[in-house]
Design a protein around this ligand. Structure first.
Ligand code: BT5
Length: 245
């Protein structure tokens, strides 16, 4: 379903899911007036400047594997950008796609209760142009137009995204699928291992070196206090301190 404008495609899919919509219901909007990120943050969604997309999933896998749905979305969006626009992306745990270290795509997976059981709404926002970035995003965000040097082809990106989502989501339901998804995800993420990072989760801040991901998508972090398994938070890269002698 396509809309010119919606507050948030995730909210609309969630509303229809509660009314009984089936798995695969997908919504695209030209603009969002209240696009959301994680933790009540906002997702800048000006008209025509991005692909704002959400899909309803009713996964038939153990709930402890549901965090991998974010990985499925990141792999699918990465495929779509490479196949259609020759834009290579890096993945920052858990859900950001970066091109040249700037955010080109954000993913928001939300679990919801519906009469037909628990479901997930997966929202994907891909920046197509830089045209309407607000001031605060200028240094941290990028777009398909900027990275490819070409006019972004929204329909081609959407079609490739849908096809890639079907591929990776089907794999998630196969034996060994989760392991393959985690391995591919790690091979596409410069943050997955040997990276000095800071993880912020509310008031809690830890620093450490990343040591891969668990089979449910949690990040292993080697800190001064030992190995920690991180399930939520924001990761930022830390440059090793240069010590003057
Ligand atoms: C995300 O959250 O990155 C998830 C974004 C999901 C957006 C999609 S669009 C379709 C669907 N419908 C919705 O309402 N949402 C989904 P998070 O990791 O919390 O990052 C949010 C932060 O990214 C903000 O606080 C800003 O710093 C930054 N940001 C906001 N808009 C951006 C943009 N267009 N491009 C790059 N960075 C942005």
């Amino acid at each position: 379903m396509r809309y010119e404008s919606l507050p948030s495609t995730n909210s609309e899919v969630a509303r229809l899911a509660v009314e009984g919509a089936e798995e695969g219901l997908a919504i695209v909007a030209d603009e969002q007036t209240a696009g959301r990120g994680r933790l009540r943050r906002s997702w800048s969604s000006p008209k025509g400047a991005g692909l704002y997309f959400s899909i309803l999933l009713r996964p038939a896998i153990a709930v402890d594997r549901w965090p991998l749905i974010t990985f499925v979305a990141a792999l699918a969006a990465g495929d779509a950008l490479l196949e259609t626009s020759e834009v290579r992306t890096d993945i920052k745990w858990p859900n950001d796609l970066l091109a040249n270290e700037r955010k080109i795509c954000g993913i928001l997976a939300e679990a919801i209760e519906t009469p037909a059981g628990r479901a997930v709404v997966v929202g994907i926002g891909i920046n197509l142009t830089n045209n309407a970035f607000p001031q605060e995003l200028l240094g941290v965000a990028t777009s398909v137009a900027q990275e490819s040097g070409r006019r972004p082809e929204r329909e081609a990106i959407l079609n490739a995204l849908l096809a890639a989502l079907v591929r990776w989501y089907s794999l998630l339901h196969e034996p060994e699928g989760a392991e393959k998804i985690v391995a591919t995800w790690a091979s596409r993420s410069s943050y997955a291992s040997e990276r000095l990072v800071q993880v912020t989760n509310g008031a809690e801040i830890v620093q450490g070196i990343t040591r891969g991901v668990e089979n449910d998508g949690a990040l292993r972090l080697e800190t001064a206090q030992g190995l920690q398994v991180i399930r939520a938070g924001d990761v930022t890269s830390v440059r090793p301190a240069i010590i003057n002698i």
